[in-house]
Design a protein around this ligand. Structure first.
Ligand code: AMP
Length: 189
């Protein structure tokens, strides 16, 4: 049982790794990006609100994302553990997650930081072909990451919750490295 945040720049492989790990470790995979893309496709009120931000590579406003995560974590299926993919992405989101977890009496175990070199990131992003993966939007997402998301590394380091993983390795090697780190942690509890 684990409650994890998968953290890293766009193109680090968060989605791929979260999908693999959620199966191996039997955790609920919560991807805020996927939830937004589904809402946009279904043209829900949330989707209509979020679309303009996704299209530009900007972050959806904190209160909107936090509300969505609060709703998702509040569902009954999250008691056996989860993996957050793409959230939190700002300091206010991380602080809101802390308060939310206290409220629902859950605890974040670890934040897995996928460290990937810039060359590998751009190559992965360009080969992915998602609708929001045009070069201009990719560049903006990397900039937004550096400005708003990267400060979370220090935030979680200070709380001694950060585990660094070399994300330049093959997909299977990265999965194995994370799995090992999480299992070690579980046994030390
Ligand atoms: P992702 O699939 O994680 O790369 O997310 C795709 C897009 O969804 C991002 O570029 C943002 O526009 C939006 N998004 C996803 N997660 C968040 C978040 N935690 N905060 C703000 N915007 C988000």
């Amino acid at each position: 049982m684990a409650r994890l945040v998968l953290f890293g720049p766009p193109g680090a492989g968060k989605g791929t790794q979260a999908t693999a790990l959620s199966k191996i470790l039997n955790l609920i995979h919560i991807s805020t990006g996927d939830l937004f893309r589904a809402a946009v496709a279904q043209k829900t009120a949330l989707g209509i609100q979020a679309q303009q931000y996704l299209d530009k590579g900007e972050l959806v406003p904190d209160e909107v994302v936090i509300g969505m995560v609060r709703e998702r974590l509040g569902r009954g299926d999250t008691h056996s553990g989860w993996i957050l993919d793409g959230f939190p992405r700002t300091i206010p989101q991380a602080k809101a997650l802390e308060s939310l977890l206290i409220e629902i009496d859950q605890r974040l175990d670890q934040v897995i930081n996928l460290k990937v070199s810039d060359d590998v990131l751009v190559a992965r992003l360009l080969s992915r072909g998602r609708q929001d993966d045009t070069e201009a939007v990719i560049r903006r997402r990397l900039q937004v990451y550096a400005e708003q998301t990267q400060p979370l590394i220090q935030f979680y380091q200070e709380r001694q919750q950060l585990i660094n993983i070399d994300g330049n390795q093959s997909m299977a090697q990265v999965t194995q490295a994370i799995e090992q780190a999480v299992t070690l942690l579980d046994h030390s509890l």
